[in-house]
Structure formats: C-alpha cells, structure tokens
Design a protein around this ligand. Sequence first.
Ligand code: FBP
Length: 548
Amino acid sequence: MKKSALHIARAAYQPKLPLGLRGNVSVKEGAPTESVADQEEIKKLFPNTYGLPLVEFVPSEEKKEYPAINVGIILSGGQAPGGHNVICGIFDELKKQNPANKLYGFLMGPGGLVDHDYKELTADIIDEYRNTGGFDMIGSGRTKLEKTEQYESGLKIIRELDIKALIIIGGDDSNTNACVLAEYYAAQNAGVQVIGCPKTIDGDLKNEQIETSFGFDTACKTYAEVIGNIQRDANSARKYWHFIKLMGRSASHIALECALQTQPNVTIISEEVEEKNMSLDDIVEYIAGIVAKRAAAGNNFGTILIPEGLIEFVPAIKKLIAELNDLLAVKKNEVEGLSIAELRTWLSKNLAADNAATFLSLPEAVGNQLALDRDPHGNVQVSLIETEKLLSEMVGEKLATWKKEGKYVGKFAPLHHFFGYEGRCAAPSNYDADYCYALGASAGQLIANGKTGYMAIVKNTTAPAAEWVAGGVPITMMLNMERRHGEMKPVIKKALVRLDGAPFKEFAANRETWAEQTAYVYPGPIQYFGPTEVCDQCTVTLRLEQGK
Ligand code: FBP
C-alpha cells in the first residue's frame, strides 16, 4: 500500500489510555443490573446473561498471569472512523496479557464467521492500520446473526481455531445480536464469550452507560468542515441555496452536531418534526419562509441541513412505513417475485386507505424506496432517498406560488449535496483514535476477566484521556421489547435526539438568529498535530450533554 505523508506520521501516534488500563489492571464490580424496561420478559429470554453487574477497570499493584487464548473479531454494519484502532487496542492488550495470545479477524462482517472466512491478525498487519480510517483491515458487512444454523456454523470455526472469545464491533442491531449470541453460547455451555463494542457514526447508540458511539466525532467534524467550506462559498458568491443531506439513518444527532459546529441558516431535526406532527408541507413552508425572509434582506443564499432519516419521521410516512413493514413481512409469499409496478398496485389495494393515499402521494422513486430495498436488518435504506432534492423542489414550488400571490421571494437557485460516505472512513480524530483504542483494550480486559454478554465502555471522555474510566456494561441492561416486523423482539433502545436535552436546546435558542443573520462558523479540517484546544476536543453534543 502506498502511504501518504499523513498516514506515515499518524502511524507513530500513540493513543492515550485511561489510567485504569495502563499498567496492571483489576476489576471493580457494581451491583446487579436490570434492563431499562420490560424486565420480566428480558430476564426470561436471557436467563444466563441477565442481571450481571457493571464493571470498571482500575489500576492495580498486582501483576496477574494470563493463560494464552485466541480471540476473534467481527466488524459489523456501516464503517465508522476508529474501527482499526479498536482492533489495535484489542491486539496490544492481548499481547500485553500474554505474547502467545492470537487474534483472528472474520472477514466482511458477521458473514465471515458463518462462512469460515478469516485471517490471523499479526503485528505487521496491525501496524499498517494504526490510527487509520476505514474498516479495510478485515472488511465489514450487514449479515444479521439470528439463526441457530449461523450460531452453530460459527461455533464450528470457533472450535477449530480454539477461540475463547468473540468481539462484535457494531451498532445497536449488531450489539443486540451479540447479546443473543452470548446467551446462546452460555446456554450451551460452549465456553465462548461474546463481547460488544459501540460503533456507529449515527451517534444513536448511547445511554446512561455509553457516552457516545465511536466514529460520531470524526464523521461530524469531517462533515462540519465541508459544510463550513460551502458556507464560505455561499457567503462569497451569494447566489445559491445549498440543500445538504447528512447521514444518520434514524436519529438526527449528526445534523444537530453539524449545526452546532457551523451555524447554518436552517436545520431540520427529524425528532422535532415527529413531536410537532409536522407534514412535509409544514417543513417546506418553514424553509420557504426563511428563504423569503432572507431574500427580503437581500440575501438570496443560504445553507440547509437535512437529516437523511427525515422522511421516516414525518408522522404520515412513519405510519405508512410501519404498515409496510408488517404487511410485507406477513404477506411475504404473496409479494415475492412481483415487479415494482405490480407491487405498487398490490400495495395500493392492500394498505389501509390513509396509508395507501400517502404512498401514492409520494414521488414514485421515494415510494419505491419505502416499499422495496430493505437492508438485512429491515431498515429502509434512507441514504438512497434524495430528500434534499425532494425538499428543494417543493420549496421552489411553494415560492413560485407565493410569488404569484404577490409576495417577494427573491431569487432561489438550489444546489444539492449528500454527505455520508465521505465521512465514514476518515482518519480518526485524536478523540476517536484514543476512544477506540481504549474501547479495544477494555474489550481485551473483559475477556481476560471471563465476561460474556458485555459491551466495552469508556466514560468521562470530556476530561483528559488519563481520567477516562474504562469498563463494561451487560448488554441486557440496555434492552427493551419493541415491535419489529410484526413481532415483539428484545432490542437495544435507540437513542434519538432529545428535545429536552441541552444540545437541542442550545440549537433551538439560536436558530432564529442563524436563519436571519449570516452567522456561519468555518471549523476547518480535523487537526491531528498541534495545540490541544484544536486537536483534542470532543463533540459539542457530548460537551453540552455533560454540562461542560
Ligand atoms: P451503522 O448503523 O451500521 O453504523 O450504519 C450507519 C450508516 O452509515 C447510516 O448512517 C446509513 O444510513 C447507512 O449506514 C448506510 O448503509 P450502507 O453502508 O449499507 O449504504
């Protein structure tokens, strides 16, 4: 691999570890835990992994002897900056425990475990990837681990490679599956531990125990850099309205964080749209109102941030998707093999009247996306829906109507952008490089201490890294029962933007000023070398959430 100068310089960066993971480590165990809701049902479903205590790693005087073990890892789901550092953190921790320990990477996601596709990760491979972005060391995939045959096939290769523990690095769905797998192997007395690790740029895998998911920091900083660049261009040329769709499948954390970092003229937060029961037309009217107001002040330009999951939060569309999910799952046999035109006709007859009307009112391409292409976890592939174009078209139409009515609307020239894949493999910021490395080391310690059904966590990350606190949380503690495809399932509760939370409140207190004035902030590119106030800051979201 030909290396850039940054790649070479960055390889020498030694991620900082919390004090508790630096030397000899001992474990502090808390009281038994409960799931966040539906305790009786979750306890019944996870008899072997329910109620375990929280654990924290603290410095110790005693040097422990660790028997040699083999460990397997899987990268699951969408890429997120810092994944390689999790693997490096696991590798270094395992080698620190016992140089004879071995690490195997299953290739291209959970499918690699099922299909027995793997490679041993040796020091020379690991060193190539220190502090780099991407998941290309072993690749990732979205195969859902949910069937007994898959667990058994996995067990076969686990036995063959004499693997003692499996680490699944993934988002809420993948960690839910890790929990189910941990319970399955525990119930079988298979002697295989399963540990999860919180990954996703979307930032929606967080709760009392998980401060943030890794990759969110770097992805937001990468998007904020280009949004800032666009804003500087907009403010220089003063002739375009930029509609910018941002990744984040369901939650609007990325859009909110980017808004806090760059102060654009408009930011739509899906969770607010749902809460206020806004229709698509309400959103369009809101945006058009700001366009017209700025035009009246001579500003025929601006920036608009749109979360990619917006469409799913417009209440009428959410209701439609819920029925589509159930209907397409229950009537699978009837719809299999239908062409898209036939499926549209079938749906217009089989959906409830109000949902059918919503379905048919949507532009055909959007309706088709909702009815068709789900990922293996059943998610609507919102990254493929061009919400930014849909909204700008509708805003253009609204402004044209207002113009006909005699209202001054100025000139409206929209441009479209989608920032998603551009940020998922960026070289991790110092925050993500350190956070991921510590998560990896923490996962290694959870294994050494015989834990299963746990997720590695690192807390207090708004403080300097030495003061971070590493440990583990039983995954069952984060579960609740939710309806998925017509059935109640135990799942990790997804963290959406809280409208009563400090980040949203900060945004809401300022958005009117940002709409009318041109109050852009230009964050510039992520800095890896330099003063700590430039290089080592966490997200504004995390800082505000922690009242810092
Ligand atoms: P994860 O939830 O697996 O981390 O993926 C997040 C994400 O980047 C979303 O923001 C986006 O909607 C989706 O992945 C895109 O998926 P794909 O990579 O399959 O196109």
